[in-house]
Design a protein around this ligand. Structure first.
Ligand code: NAP
Length: 370
């Protein structure tokens, strides 16, 4: 039996073009096919193990940016942003900078922005806004791409004190607007630290000034922090022009506040979870909670990643603080926890008496959370 004549590629294409069968391939072509098969299998195995590795350690930044864009909105992913009533999109994970000391916070901001964070949670009171601003400037990430939050301290609640305090924050941060400005605590104090009872019980004058600052363009969104439902309702009973978009509160394994989470969703107020790892005093305990460790082991995540992911999966913004480069990167790599494990963690968190890591009530002479 004679071997079929060898056809060039164009010959073969001609066959298909004419709707005829391609001629039987000679042995050389069969070898090529075999080698292609080997190459494809090698590629498949490499991709498989590569993806396994990446699921444990995370994508390099460039891929993560690409993937987070392409996967945005997919039901298997956690949200990268939430949309506020203003239409602004707030990133779901921020770098917290409380207790991030001088000489380390600027570097932390730079590391975070390089790793892909686009949200920094700061406050006038943290005393480090100049270094945060410097970190932002040195990172070369455009201001317009970063969500900056600051907070109005207790001694500046009087309407005439608000704008000068905001201006100081803006000056230190090196910007002319904030994305979000929060009333840090539902506690107004005089300059000497004593309680301003009137303004504490009626924060409407403070809020009206914040609304004015939105109209002026110095602040894009306004909200509160450490407000319970009673205090929020007390504020929103007034004829507000702008409703509080955000309430930043302590949300951790130790203080999960499921009722507040539910109420806030029903009332269209986005919660931001502070001290999600239990703050510096309880971080070790948090990472050693048996359920957290079990879930982390099952999913190939770290315990910190489970706790940070959990808050976003509950529908909250999360604000883990770290000045350690590897932890800053680790905390950004969040992933959806399968429903049964998510519920297991929620149940464990709700099964003990709530404990706060941050509560200055005694020091300030009022029950802040009553
Ligand atoms: N509105 C308010 O009144 C209020 C109150 C408290 C906090 N906040 C905000 O919320 C942010 C976070 O809260 P927080 O600072 O209290 O506590 P946190 O984020 O729960 O915990 C911070 C502690 O955890 C450590 N840590 C971070 N990531 C870790 C990881 N992957 N593995 C092991 N340890 C890790 C940090 O150490 P290193 O830094 O040494 O890495 C630090 O000691 C604050 O920075 C602030 O922006 C707001």
């Amino acid at each position: 039996m004679s071997l079929p004549t060898y056809h060039s590629i164009s010959d073969t294409n001609d066959y298909y073009a004419k709707g005829q069968l391609a001629p039987e391939r000679p042995a050389r072509c069969r070898h090529k096919k075999f080698f292609r098969l080997i190459a494809a299998s090698t590629l498949a195995v490499t991709v498989f193990y590569g993806l396994q590795h990446v699921s444990r350690t995370g994508f390099p930044h460039i891929f993560r940016t690409f993937c987070s864009k392409s996967l945005h909105g997919s039901s298997t992913q956690l949200p990268s942003h939430y949309t506020l009533p203003s239409g602004d999109k707030i990133p779901s994970v921020a770098l917290g900078v409380w207790q991030a000391g001088k000489g380390e916070v600027g570097a932390a901001v730079q590391t975070a922005l390089k790793a892909g964070y686009r949200h920094i949670d700061g406050a006038w009171r943290y005393g480090n806004e100049a270094e945060v601003g410097e970190g932002l400037r040195l990172s070369k990430v455009p201001r317009s791409e970063v969500w900056l939050t600051s907070k109005l301290w207790n001694t500046f609640h009087a309407p005439e004190d608000i704008e000068p305090s905001l201006d100081e924050s803006l000056y230190h941060l090196g910007t002319d607007y904030l994305d979000l400005y929060l009333i840090h605590w539902p506690v107004a104090q005089h300059e000497d630290g004593t309680l301003n009872t009137e303004l504490t019980e009626n924060p409407y004058p403070t809020w009206q000034k914040l609304e004015e600052l939105v109209a002026k363009g110095k602040v894009r969104n306004i909200g509160v922090s450490n407000f319970n439902v009673r205090r929020l309702q007390n504020l929103t009973a007034n004829p507000l022009k702008i409703q509080p978009a955000v309430n930043q509160v302590e949300l951790s394994y130790w203080n999960p506040q499921p009722e507040l989470v539910k109420w806030s969703k029903e009332n269209n107020i986005l919660l931001e979870a502070y001290s999600p790892l239990g703050s510096s005093g309880r971080v070790k305990d948090s990472l050693n909670v048996p359920e957290v460790k079990e879930i982390a082991a099952e999913l190939g995540m770290t315990p910190a990643q489970v706790l940070v992911s959990w808050q976003v999966q509950r529908g909250n913004v999360v604000l883990p603080k770290s000045v350690t480069p590897s932890r800053i990167i680790e905390n950004l790599r969040i992933a959806r926890i399968p429903e049964h494990l998510f519920n297991k963690l929620g149940k464990a968190a709700a099964s003990h008496k709530p404990e706060r890591s941050v509560d200055p009530s005694e020091r300030w002479g009022l029950d802040i959370f009553e």
